[in-house]
Design a protein around this ligand. Sequence first.
Ligand SMILES: [Zn+2]
Ligand SMILES: [Zn+2]
Length: 379
Amino acid sequence: MGEQVLAAVRTAPRTTELREYPLPDVPDDAALLQVEVAGICGTDVKMYSRPPFRDPVIMGHENVGVIAHAGARFQERHGLRDGDRVFVEHYVGCFRCEWCHQGEYRHCEATDWRTNPDARRYGYTSAENPYHLWGGFSQYMYLPWNAVIHRVPAGVSAELAGLVTPLSNGIEWALFAAGVGYGASVLIQGPGQQGLSQVVACKQAGASCIIVTGTARDSARLELARALGADHVIDVEEGDALAQVRDVTGGKGVDFVLDCTAGAGVAPVLLGIDALKRREGTLLIQGELAAFPDFPVKKVTEKAVTIKSARGHSYRACELALEQLASGRFPLERLSTHRFGLGDVDRAIRYLGGETDDDVIHISLMPWSEQVAGGGAAR
Ligand SMILES: [Zn+2]
Ligand SMILES: [Zn+2]
């Protein structure tokens, strides 16, 4: 074909270069995605400043686009045709192992870059691998036979579909992992895209008391948390957060704590343990800290706390997220605050990491956007 594809490539810590790759010859069982939106999340901020390996990587793991060219066997296998708008999961499972057979391909070693140097995962895989186009910060992305693809319902824009990943994580962590349901009381720590998505999932599932914490610089996000269904918001820097949680729960504490903070150290977990009800509460934690000095294991066991890990999303969570977006029941479009073009990947990641005074929630990287030099607020 001879055509070239423009991609933003991470070449070193906090360094991005625009590079061209040949448009790949697509085998019969594969396809090419024209990327419309690649969402940026906190993981990108971490991976950008501390890449796990040295190879050049096209980042972008929350990808929405249109099937540009699909081989005949790919069309048959996936039931998709050229022009269909889809959300592509970042996992690329083997579909032979035990996990894949259970539908839990997010645990498959073929897509786990932590233990498998040859893993395929969009946004994490070396661009030196065959077909090169393994991330969404690119005009096109390569879809092998084993890409996991969801059709985007009619009426859901590409930008809105760009929220599937945070929203599916909200559904997965709050509802499937932690078990939030009807009548539950929940403390959600951190009002970023992840925390706000948990608010929506908990509200939809029937939680009766949703409390969201943030800091002084989160005032716009905390206001959005209320618009999405939070019953109480707390500025943890102002007054005694634990006393406020006890106050709004009639002295009992909450059934569930979901930690969606970034860079806050051990404080959210310590507050979470104290804020849980007297017995059998559930705490959902992130893997941000390598170690936890003086972890209060005695208090955790005496309160009979269940600890769950925030770990990706399942197929069902993605489908439910797409349904939620299509329903229009929550003003989720308000999460999409910024758009950037391909030339502004570096700035976009820094914005999400807080290197701006803007109220950033979710950033849509739009590889075909004209905003290659400008970028900025979506509204
Ligand atoms: Zn992400
Ligand atoms: Zn597998």
